[in-house]
Design a protein around this ligand. Structure first.
Ligand code: ADP
Length: 353
């Protein structure tokens, strides 16, 4: 007669499409009971895995019916677990991404403050330090890093099939790049919400052939929506960087973003103030505070965080980026490039010393 151990072992071959972990190890299938010819299992899927339910149920049936003495499979649904139980809901299970040492998330309270510019240039500057670096553009609402890096025409290859499918990052400027922009046609609105968004983000994180990276820099969408929460609850973010501008009056969004990370228990690395001063190209020794001053300092001070960098406004940041080359690569001696390099050194020394 088939034993519970034999049945559980066979069922452990079923894996979560995202993390590739066994559904038995994840606790998604439990209470395996065999009284041949009957078998009963309990299926306890977290909400982000609901989209996998039909496949898992089908595989459970196939596996159990394969035993000679089993001809009936009953599946009980346990909607209260694993994430719905209150203690676990507060401590979501973080899953490492294979092949990645440290994850740095770059975030901002609102769009247009230069979050993607910081993420791209930080990734390039880490790579210039000889570190293996990846960039994940998770800004599903405006994935613009492919054009900043000159790879918007690229189509990443996919290896394997079914659950084994893996996206191969595009290599450019010394970094491995994966972007939502590769999957979305330019100019198309993105209307993914809730569970669908969750599963797409998880796929993005776990079904990529990252090649032993020291750092993965994630460019998050702006604000405090589903995508940030889903990410923060899925992967162990080593540190989040909050990008803001110097205007004190518009700090409200940044405060909200920062509070969200605190609430989710994500460690905060610090604040980067972008567009601090304008440096005219024809008068590099002049500085104009066109967006005021003090916003970055104030946000950092209020939250007892370091102000990691103040990046000036320089025209080549825009012009070079429009040509697909980040300033830290095209003009390594520009003032902002030097600031990006210092930021990269700081990140390296904090996490890899
Ligand atoms: P976000 O990701 O926050 O929406 P982006 O990084 O896309 O912002 O930047 C918005 C625009 O501002 C882009 O055109 C970018 O080139 C420009 N920009 C960002 N930072 C700077 C800077 N330090 N100097 C000049 N232009 C900048």
């Amino acid at each position: 007669m088939t034993t519970v151990e034999e049945a559980s072992y066979a069922l452990s071959k079923i894996v979560d499409a995202g993390s590739q972990k066994s559904v038995i190890d994840l606790g998604w299938i439990k209470n395996v009971r065999i009284t041949s010819p009957r078998s009963i299992i309990t299926l306890a899927l977290p909400s982000y895995a609901n989209s996998q339910r039909d496949r898992i149920v089908k595989e459970v049936r196939e596996i159990l019916l394969n035993f000679n003495d089993i001809d009936d499979v009953q599946i009980e649904l346990d909607n209260s677990s694993p994430e719905a139980t209150s203690s676990e809901a507060n401590t979501p299970q973080l899953q490492d991404i294979k092949g990645i040492k440290k994850i740095i998330a770059v975030s901002s309270g609102k769009g247009g403050v230069g979050k993607s510019t910081i993420a791209v240039n930080l990734a390039c500057s880490l790579s210039k330090l000889g570190l293996r670096t990846g960039l994940l553009d998770a800004d599903i609402y405006g994935p613009n890093t492919p054009s900043m890096l000159g790879v918007s025409e690229e189509n990443p290859k996919v290896h394997g099939s079914g659950n084994e499918q893996r996206l191969i990052p595009i290599e450019k400027h010394g970094i491995s790049i994966v972007s939502m922009g590769f999957l979305i046609e330019e100019g198309q609105p993105v209307i993914w919400r809730g569970p669908m968004l969750n599963s797409i983000i998880r796929q993005f994180l776990y079904q990529v052939e990252w090649n032993n990276l020291d750092f993965l820099v994630i460019d998050l969408p702006p604000g405090t929506g589903d995508a940030q929460i889903s990410l923060a609850q899925s992967v162990p973010i080593a540190g989040a960087i909050i990008v803001t501008t110097p205007q004190k009056v518009s700090l409200q969004d940044s405060r909200r973003g920062l509070a969200m990370f605190k609430q989710l228990g994500v460690p905060l690395l610090g604040v980067v103030e972008n567009m601090s001063v304008f440096i005219p190209p024809d008068q590099p020794n002049k500085k104009y505070e066109i967006f005021g001053n003090g916003g970055g300092e104030l946000l950092a001070y209020e939250n007892n965080l370091p102000l990691l960098a103040k990046i000036p406004i320089e025209m080549p940041v825009v012009t070079e980026s429009n040509l697909g080359v980040p300033i830290s690569i095209s003009e390594p001696n520009a003032k902002s490039s030097i600031k990006f390099q210092e930021l990269a050194i700081l990140v390296k020394s904090k996490y890899l010393s």
